[in-house]
Design a protein around this ligand. Structure first.
Ligand code: FES
Length: 157
């Protein structure tokens, strides 16, 4: 006859043996639901009227950031790294600037009707060539060389 104490001991060992695989499975690391293997990178979605960096081509240090047709239609091209307009004083000339405000780094936006860049953070204003029109920014936007090659607007960043 099995004694009560022995029965409880056997029952406990059996219970632990039955639960052990479940405990191991619960403690094992799981794949994150945010990681999807072999998923292609998401394209950068630019606001309407801006260039598509994914279509960039490089030639002698110049990178295509948009088409002449887009520049003509929108009056400017802008990515995270560069903003391009025609020179208001000489429409045959392109002006390319870094759209990162020199005050605290917000991204400026071209205001076509006023022919200037406006910073949404503290209202600094910059001319098309990047010069400060109104503070609090004290330094001009960085500038780049730009040119048209065929149907592409090219910038040397
Ligand atoms: Fe542009 Fe302050 S970050 S004015």
């Amino acid at each position: 006859m099995v004694k009560r104490r022995s029965f409880l001991g056997y029952f406990g060992i059996g219970w632990l043996t039955a639960c052990f695989p479940v405990v191991l499975a619960a403690c094992a690391p799981t794949k994150s639901t945010t990681q999807i293997p072999n998923k292609p990178a998401e394209p950068i979605v630019e606001p309407k009227g801006t260039a598509t960096p994914a279509a960039a081509q490089t030639t002698e240090g110049f990178t295509a950031i948009g088409t002449v047709a887009d520049l003509e239609q929108n009056g400017y091209l802008q990515t995270k790294e560069v903003a391009i307009t025609k020179n208001p004083a000489n429409p045959q000339q392109l002006l390319a600037v870094n759209p990162k405000c020199t005050h605290q780094g917000c991204i400026v936006k071209w205001i076509a009707s006023e022919k200037k860049y406006d910073c949404p953070c503290h209202d600094a204003e910059f001319a098309a060539d990047g010069q400060v029109v109104k503070g609090p920014a004290k330094e001009a936007l960085a500038t780049y060389s730009a040119k048209i090659v065929g149907t592409q607007v090219m910038v040397k960043i």
